[in-house]
Write a protein that binds this ligand. Structure first.
Ligand code: AHR
Length: 489
């Protein structure tokens, strides 16, 4: 029997709902076909946005959407994507699949998508191949309500009032596709570009996000914090779980038990990353003013056979859901420093929450994890501890958890059991609490289980009743390969 202790007297940090954000790039079928089909499409849409996708993401509680990249961001010139659609420039998306980008989805369309989703906007600007003036003017275009050249241009293009812009990224992966810069060079560039990311209205101040490290590049974090920490609100972190090598990552649907456990172990590396980068940041920012923004994370498999290799289309099983669940538990536990995260990516690309095929749409196992964890949004993280063995010969534990409390006093506890063979008997005790009721939801199944266009509902979350309420908590048996959420009153 594993002991699970939750201490409501230990209130640690607020779980920013933006931890549950998504990333959408002009890559493959994420924006075009995924989010946006155009006003004239036979696929039901509102102002070009797919209704089925908007409804699903709203239901999932999407808090924030990052756009337009990714590597695409440092090649994107925002003025190509405004004005009458027929006169927008066409270009080749050199980074992703060599397809024609007609710029029919631009700034106005992105904010329209955010409006329909009811979510905040996170825009990533172009440092790699753009100018300071171009970036500065984009921010003016989006957020100025004055009489000014860019605000007037926005009005001419049909949008009178500024949009709310919560976050602005100053470049993407500038250590790689965003210009192959050294941390010293980028830190100077960041200071220069960020200076001209002006605030036109203090009630609509975009938080400035600097490009952060690639995985375990601690030197990058050190240099950035030392040279530019005072000019930023957040530092990004990118980490992808790749089971094999970058050349042979492994298939999304076919994998052995060994490959599954390697995946889990690599995904769990996220804990070390946010902890160690956070410790480094503490040296320069002990008050934790600067957030870690994990604005690209997820599993990266080989593309599905017969699809464009540049489109990064992959299926999604219970394995992906386990990774999502354990990653969210890590983010919650580190919510004193992790302020936002964006899964890569939202639709049809990498670890998506939804896949589309023409008019058809399916929700992935990862989607259900997002929906279950919605109950953690904006709660206060509580002190909690669950005893657990490690997975055989791995660093990752069999069980991960996080617990939080809502304003109305409901305690939310999420447990992930990553074992493929062992159920976990758990005795949960909540300090100084008289428990009156418990409700639970589970996502579980055979680890290869997934939804596809022939069988859309093989995997979905459902009510879980295998627990017994005790005076101060509950006793339960969590099945192998499952994510379980408990709501405790
Ligand atoms: O998400 C796919 C790509 O991965 C992004 O464009 C880039 O930032 C990262 O390398």
């Amino acid at each position: 029997m594993q002991k699970y202790l939750i201490n409501p007297n230990q209130k640690i940090s607020k779980i920013n709902r933006d931890i549950y954000g998504c990333f959408s790039e002009h890559l493959g079928r994420c924006i075009y076909e995924g989010m946006f089909v155009g006003e004239d499409s036979p696929i039901p849409n509102v102002n070009g946005m797919r209704k089925d996708i908007i409804d699903a993401l709203r239901e999932m509680g999407i808090p924030v959407l990052r756009w337009p990249g990714g590597c695409f961001a440092d090649e994107y010139h925002w003025k190509d994507g405004i004005g009458p659609k027929e006169s927008r420039k066409k270009m080749i998306n050199t980074h992703w699949g060599g397809v024609v980008e007609d710029n029919s989805f631009g700034t106005h369309e992105f904010f329209e998508a955010c409006r329909q989703l009811g979510c905040d906007a996170y825009i990533c600007g172009n440092v790699g191949s753009g100018t300071v003036q171009e970036m500065s003017e984009w921010v003016e275009y989006m957020t100025s309500d004055a009489v000014s050249p860019m605000a007037n241009l926005r009005r001419e293009n049909g949008h009178d009032k500024p949009w709310r812009l919560k976050y602005f990224g100053v470049g993407n992966e500038n250590w790689g596709c965003g210009g192959n810069m050294t941390p010293e060079f980028y830190a100077d560039q960041y200071r220069r570009y960020a200076t001209y990311v002006r605030t036109y209205d203090w009630n609509n101040r975009a938080q400035k996000i600097a490009c952060g490290p690639n995985g375990a590049d601690y030197n990058w974090t050190d240099v950035l914090m030392k040279k530019a920490g005072r000019q930023m609100d957040g530092l990004s972190l990118h980490y992808y779980t790749v089971m094999g090598s970058w050349h042979k990552k492994g298939k999304a649907l076919e994998f052995t038990d060994d490959e599954y456990y390697i995946t889990i172990d690599k995904a769990y590396f996220m804990e070390e990353l946010v902890r160690r980068h956070g410790e480094l940041m503490n040296r320069y920012d002990p008050e934790k003013r600067v957030g870690i923004i994990v604005d690209e994370w997820g599993i990266w498999h080989d593309v599905e056979e017969g699809t464009n290799p540049g489109f990064l289309y992959q299926q999604n099983t219970l394995r992906d859901a386990m990774v999502a669940g354990l990653t969210f538990n890590i983010f919650n536990k580190h919510s004193d420093r992790v302020r936002m995260a964006n899964i890569a990516q939202t639709i049809n690309v990498l670890q998506s929450v939804a896949l589309t095929d023409g008019e058809e749409m399916i929700l992935t196992p990862t989607y259900y994890v997002f929906r279950m964890y919605k109950d953690h949004h904006e709660n206060t993280l509580l002190g909690s501890y669950l005893t657990t063995p490690n997975l055989a010969d791995k660093k990752a534990p069999q069980l991960t958890e996080s617990a939080s409390i809502k304003e109305d006093g409901t305690i939310v506890a999420t447990i992930v059991n990553t074992s493929l063979s062992d159920a976990a008997e758990i005795h949960c005790q909540i300090a100084d609490t008289q428990v009156s009721g418990v409700a639970a939801e589970i996502l579980t199944g055979e680890v290869h289980a997934h939804n596809d266009f022939e069988n859309k509902n093989v995997v979905s979350s459902c009510e879980f009743s295998d627990f017994e309420v005790t005076a101060d908590g509950f006793k339960t048996t969590v099945p192998p390969c499952s994510v379980v959420k408990f709501l405790i009153k």
